[in-house]
Design a protein around this ligand. Structure first.
Ligand SMILES: [Zn+2]
Length: 206
C-alpha cells in the first residue's frame, strides 16, 4: 500500500527521519527522495526504522532538555534571590560615646528604603542614650549653631529600636547622643546593629 496525495497520515524521510507530507516525492528538510509512507513503515528496512525512531527520540530529548534547563534557570533564581550586596549602613559595632553628640555611621539611603536595627547601652548597662538621624545639612547646622534637627530620633532610653524610613535619597548621618553633663565624664559604650532594607528596587522615588 502506497500513501496517496489524499492520505492524512504523514510518512517519514528514510535519511533524516523527519515527517514528510503524504504524497511528497522528496523530504522537505534534507531533500532525500523516496520517503517512507506511514503505511510502509512497519515493512521498511530495519536500519531505516531504527534511524527514524532514533531521530524521534533525539528530538523529544532535546525538547525535554530545553524545558528542564529553562525551569532550572527559573528555580535557581528563585532559590538564590537577587544578588546580596552589603550596604555601608548594614553594620554591627560598639561605640564609646562621651557627653554630647557623636556621629557613628554615614551613608546614602534611597528614598523609600529604610534602615532598621537596635541599640543598647552595655556600659553602664542601659544608661540613657538617644539615636538620631540627620541629613548632612541638618548635622552641619547642629554643629555650627545648634539649628539642625534630626529627621528621626529615638526616645532617650537604655536600649531601643531603629526604624528609619528615608523620604528622599541623600546621605544620612546616624548620631548617638549622651545627655549626661560634661562634668560627669561618663563615656557610654553602646552596641548598635543596623540593616539597610531595600523597600522596592525602583519605586520612582528620587
Ligand atoms: Zn530528510
Amino acid at each position: 500500500m502506497v500513501a496517496t496525495a489524499g492520505s492524512a497520515v504523514w510518512g517519514s524521510c528514510r535519511f533524516c527521519g523527519t515527517a514528510v507530507a503524504p504524497g511528497a516525492s522528496a523530504c522537505g528538510l534534507c531533500g532525500a527522495d523516496r520517503p517512507v509512507p506511514a503505511s510502509a513503515l512497519p515493512s521498511a528496512p530495519v536500519a531505516v526504522r531504527r534511524r527514524i525512531t532514533l531521530t524521534n527520540w533525539l528530538r523529544a530529548l532535546i525538547v525535554l532538555a530545553v524545558a528542564v534547563g529553562l525551569s532550572w534557570t527559573l528555580i535557581d533564581s528563585v532559590l538564590t534571590g537577587p544578588p546580596a550586596v552589603p550596604d555601608p549602613l548594614t553594620t554591627t559595632g560598639t561605640y564609646a560615646v562621651p557627653p554630647g553628640s557623636t556621629p557613628i555611621l554615614t551613608g546614602e539611603v534611597t528614598g523609600g528604603d529604610y534602615v532598621v536595627g537596635n541599640f543598647t547601652s552595655v556600659r553602664p548597662y542601659l544608661a540613657e542614650i538617644t539615636l538620631s538621624v540627620f541629613t548632612a545639612q541638618g548635622w552641619r547646622g547642629l554643629q555650627e549653631n545648634g539649628s539642625g534637627s534630626p529627621v528621626w530620633s529615638s526616645p532617650s532610653e537604655g536600649s531601643g529600636r531603629i526604624i528609619f524610613s528615608a523620604l528622599y535619597t541623600t546621605n544620612y548621618t546616624f548620631v548617638l547622643t549622651n545627655s549626661y553633663a560634661e562634668a560627669a565624664h561618663l563615656n557610654i559604650t553602646v552596641y548598635v546593629a543596623t540593616e539597610y532594607e531595600s523597600n522596592v528596587g525602583n519605586d520612582g522615588f528620587g
